[in-house]
Design a protein around this ligand. Structure first.
Ligand SMILES: Nc1ncnc2c1ncn2[C@@H]1O[C@H](COP(=O)(O)OP(=O)(O)OP(=O)(O)O)[C@@H](O)[C@H]1O
Ligand SMILES: [Mg+2]
Length: 478
C-alpha cells in the first residue's frame, strides 16, 4: 500500500455559501440584470431575471424564490407596489431594493414595508457581492432555525430522533448544518446509539432528500465481493457475470451512500474508496473505463479509527477524507434524562402498533431508569419490545424484564433537597431515581400543557400511579 500525503481539506468538495438558493433579479436594464446574475451565480445562487414587474409576478407564481433583487424604478409599476405584491406572494422571501442616486427616501420607505436592505445605483460588483453573501448566510441561518423549531415542535429531533439532552440539542444543530453541505461526515458512537438514524436524518433533511439513501454495511459484506457490490461489474468480469451490474455507489447517484462500520473495510478497498471520493469516479470490476459519480458520503464506526490508523489497519488519507466533519453520538448513560423520553416514545409506539394498552409498573419503570444500557437505545428498544410481547397482563412488571435489568439495585427514593443533583451522597453525577422521575413527570405535564391523562399514557404509567406520585412528591402542576 502506498500512502499518499494529502491535505484532507483542499480537494474536498467545496460548496458555495449560496448553494440551492433561488434569487430573482428584477430590473429593466439588461446590462444590470446580466451583471447581477453573473455575480449571484458565482456565489452559488440559482439566479433568474425578470425585466418588468409583471414578468416578476409571473415568475413568482411558478417558482419559489428565497430572495429578490428589486429595482424600485421600473417602468409602469410603482416600486413600492411591486414590493408589496412580492411580499404578498412570498412573505418569507428576502427583498433587496435597488434605488437610484438621490432617492434614498424611497428605499427607507421600502425597508419600512418589509425590504431587507437596499443598494443605490450605481453599485460596484464588490458591494453587490457583500450584500448577496449576507443574504445567503441570513437565509441559511433561517433554514437551520426553522429545522430546529420543527424539531422542538415535535418533541423529537430530526427524522424521529428522540432526545432533549443538551448533547443531543448540539447534535441536532450539527445535523442541520451537515444536511446543507456536501462534505463527508463521520458519525461516531457506540453500538445502538443511533448512528444510522443520524445518517438518515442528515440525508432526509438535506436538499437531495428525493435522491436515494443507500446504506452499506461494510462489516457484513463478503470481502471478495465488496468491490463488485460497491462499484459494480461488467459482463464477463468473472465467472457468473453474465451481464453488467451497477454497484451500490452508482445506485446512490445524486444522493447519499452510508458506509456503516467503515472501519471494517479491507485495506485494498480503502484505497479504491479513497480514489472514488477524490476523483469522483469509479471503475466497475472488469472494466477499463472510469465512470463519473456524484454521491455524498456518510460513514459511521463504533471503532476507534484513529487507533486503527496508528496500527496501520486503516488508511490515514481515507480517514482524513471521511473525517471532514465528525459527529459523536453520546451513549445513553451519558444522557440519562433521555431515558424516560425514549421509554415513553417506544411504549406509545407499541400501544399504537399492537392495539393493546399495556403499562409499566412502578418497579419496572424504576429498574429501566436505573439501568446503565451498555447496548444503548437499541437495547432499550429491544427490551421494551420483548417485555411488551411476552407480558400477558396489562401491566409490565420488573420481573418481566431481562434479569440484568431487573436486578439493578434501586436506591431508596428520596424527596431530594431542592437541588438538582444534591443527593447528599457525595457523587454529583448520581441522581436519585425519585428526582429523575419527578423531573420526567413534570416535563411531560408541562409539555402537554397540563394534560395529565395524556402524560400518564405517554409516560407508560397508569393515571392513578401518576396522581399518587404527584401527591407523594407534593408536586404542583397547575
Ligand atoms: N434517539 C433515538 N430516538 C429514537 N429511536 C432511536 C434513537 N436512537 C436509536 N434509536 C433506535 O434504536 C435502534 C438502533 O439505532 P441505529 O441502528 O441507528 O443505531 P446504530 O448506532 O447504527 O447501532 P449499531 O451500531 O448497532 O448498528 C433503531 O431501531 C433506532 O430506531
Ligand atoms: Mg448501525
Amino acid at each position: 500500500m502506498t500512502s499518499t500525503a494529502l491535505s484532507p481539506l483542499t480537494t474536498a468538495p467545496q460548496l458555495e455559501p449560496a448553494n440551492f438558493l433561488n434569487l430573482l433579479i428584477v430590473d429593466d436594464e439588461r446590462s444590470i440584470r446580466e451583471a447581477c446574475r453573473e455575480v449571484a451565480q458565482a456565489l452559488g445562487f440559482n439566479a433568474y431575471a425578470a425585466d418588468s414587474a409583471e414578468h416578476a409576478y409571473r415568475m413568482l407564481e411558478s417558482q419559489a424564490f428565497d430572495a429578490v433583487l428589486l429595482d424600485l424604478h421600473l417602468p409602469g409599476a410603482g416600486g413600492l407596489d411591486a414590493l408589496r405584491r412580492i411580499k404578498e406572494r412570498r412573505p418569507d422571501a428576502i427583498v433587496i431594493v435597488v434605488t437610484g442616486y438621490g432617492t434614498v427616501q424611497s428605499a427607507v420607505q421600502a425597508m419600512k414595508n418589509g425590504a431587507y436592505d437596499y443598494v443605490t445605483k450605481p453599485f460596484s460588483v464588490d458591494e453587490l457581492k457583500l450584500l448577496l453573501e449576507r443574504v445567503a448566510s441570513h437565509l441559511k441561518l433561517k433554514s437551520e432555525n426553522r429545522m430546529l423549531r420543527e424539531k422542538v415542535k415535535s418533541k423529537q429531533g430530526f427524522g424521529g430522533i428522540v432526545g432533549r439532552a443538551p448533547e443531543m440539542e448540539k447534535l441536532y444543530r450539527i445535523i442541520a448544518k451537515a444536511a446543507n453541505s456536501a462534505h463527508p461526515v463521520l458519525i461516531l458512537g457506540e453500538s445502538g446509539t443511533g448512528k444510522e438514524m443520524v445518517a438518515r436524518s442528515i440525508h432526509y433533511s438535506g436538499p437531495f432528500r428525493d435522491k436515494p439513501f443507500i446504506p452499506v454495511d461494510c462489516g457484513s459484506l463478503v470481502p471478495t465481493l465488496i468491490e463488485s457490490e460497491l462499484f459494480g461489474y461488467v459482463k464477463g468480469a468473472f465467472t457468473g457475470a453474465n451481464q453488467s451490474k451497477d454497484g451500490l455507489m452508482a445506485m446512490a447517484e445524486g444522493g447519499t451512500i452510508f458506509l456503516d462500520e467503515v472501519g471494517e473495510l479491507p485495506v485494498d478497498l480503502q484505497a479504491k474508496m479513497l480514489r472514488a471520493i477524490q476523483e469522483k469516479e469509479i471503475r466497475p470490476v472488469g472494466s477499463t473505463r472510469r465512470v463519473p459519480i456524484n454521491v455524498r458520503i456518510l460513514a459511521a464506526t463504533n471503532r476507534d479509527l484513529e487507533q486503527a490508523v496508528m496500527q496501520g489497519t486503516f488508511r490515514r488519507d481515507l480517514y482524513f477524507r471521511l473525517n471532514v466533519l465528525s459527529l459523536r453520538i453520546p451513549p445513553l448513560r451519558e444522557r440519562r434524562q433521555d431515558i424516560p423520553l425514549l421509554i415513553a416514545h417506544f411504549m406509545e409506539r407499541m400501544v399504537r402498533t399492537s392495539g393493546q394498552e399495556k403499562m409499566l409498573s412502578d418497579d419496572a419503570l424504576k429498574a429501566l431508569l436505573a439501568y446503565d444500557w451498555p447496548g444503548n437505545v437499541r437495547e432499550l428498544e429491544n427490551c421494551l419490545e420483548r417485555a411488551y410481547a411476552f407480558t400477558s397482563g396489562p401491566l409490565i412488571h420488573s420481573t418481566d424484564l431481562p434479569h440484568e435489568i431487573a436486578k439493578v439495585p434501586v436506591p431508596e427514593s428520596s424527596n431530594g433537597n431542592g437541588h438538582g443533583n444534591g443527593n447528599g451522597n457525595g457523587h454529583a453525577r448520581i441522581i436519585p431515581i425519585a428526582e429523575l422521575e419527578k423531573q420526567t413527570i413534570l416535563n411531560a405535564i408541562a409539555e402537554l400543557n397540563g394534560d395529565k391523562l395524556q402524560a400518564a399514557r405517554l409516560l407508560g404509567i397508569g393515571k392513578t400511579t401518576l396522581y399518587r406520585k404527584l401527591k407523594d412528591y407534593s408536586l404542583q402542576t397547575e
